[in-house]
Design a protein around this ligand. Structure first.
Ligand SMILES: Cc1cc2nc3c(=O)[nH]c(=O)nc-3n(C[C@H](O)[C@H](O)[C@H](O)COP(=O)(O)O)c2cc1C
Length: 182
């Protein structure tokens, strides 16, 4: 991956993309610790901090997760995952907290010269299997792992990849009242 140089400070965040193909080298213990500190300091609803993080550096565990469903088969080739476990007491606010902490980990990984990607376990049965693999009690909300590593590319290698790029602002922004544009 080329060195990232930015003409605007916000570009460092705007250019964070999902990576699915990684070099095999391990993520350093220092980098893992920095990512966990960033995760720990993420804001959450009423500061409940309803999370637990499982650092997965065992290739066999990553392979098992990758087999939960085809769209996450790329997880098998990554050096590290951070599985998110939410308490399960308030699924609605915890879902929001889960999204916030995920995005912070991904941004922090990019700031460390690494990359990352989200992998969702899938439907209820696949979530139950993910919990079984990782030893997570069934009452917890656990449905994703944030994968970290040094990306080879940010191109999506999957045959059924989503459409890349983003909608223009003109399609997604209103002013003062929905539907009113300038
Ligand atoms: C809730 C959520 C679930 C996702 N699940 C998966 C997944 O299971 N497998 C995968 O390869 N990418 C997954 N992604 C990544 C999205 O496909 C990715 O964010 C989107 O295509 C935009 O990619 P880009 O930022 O590289 O353009 C998920 C993203 C989110 C926010």
């Amino acid at each position: 991956m080329p060195n990232r140089e930015f003409s605007k400070p916000t570009e460092a965040v705007r250019t964070v993309r999902q990576a699915r193909v990684y070099h095999p080298e391990p993520v350093s213990a220092d980098a893992v610790n920095e990512l966990l500190q960033v995760a720990r300091w993420t804001g959450s609803s009423r500061n409940t901090q309803p999370w637990h993080f499982i650092v997965i550096d065992d290739g066999e565990q990553l392979r098992r997760i990758s087999e939960l469903r085809t769209p996450i088969n790329w997880v098998a080739g990554a050096p590290l995952g951070i599985a998110l476990v939410l308490d399960g007491a308030n699924p609605s606010s915890e879902g929001y907290d889960e999204g916030r902490v995920t995005e912070r980990i991904l941004i922090a990984a990019n700031m460390l010269g690494l990359g990352g990607g989200v992998a969702f376990y899938g439907d209820e049965a696949q979530q139950a299997e993910g919990k079984r693999i990782l030893g997570i009690p069934s009452e917890k909300l656990a449905r994703s792992v944030v994968i970290i590593g040094r990306p080879v590319t940010i191109k999506d290698p999957r045959p059924n990849r989503s459409q890349p790029g983003r909608k223009p602002l003109s399609e997604i922004v209103s002013h003062n009242r929905m539907g009113v544009t300038r």
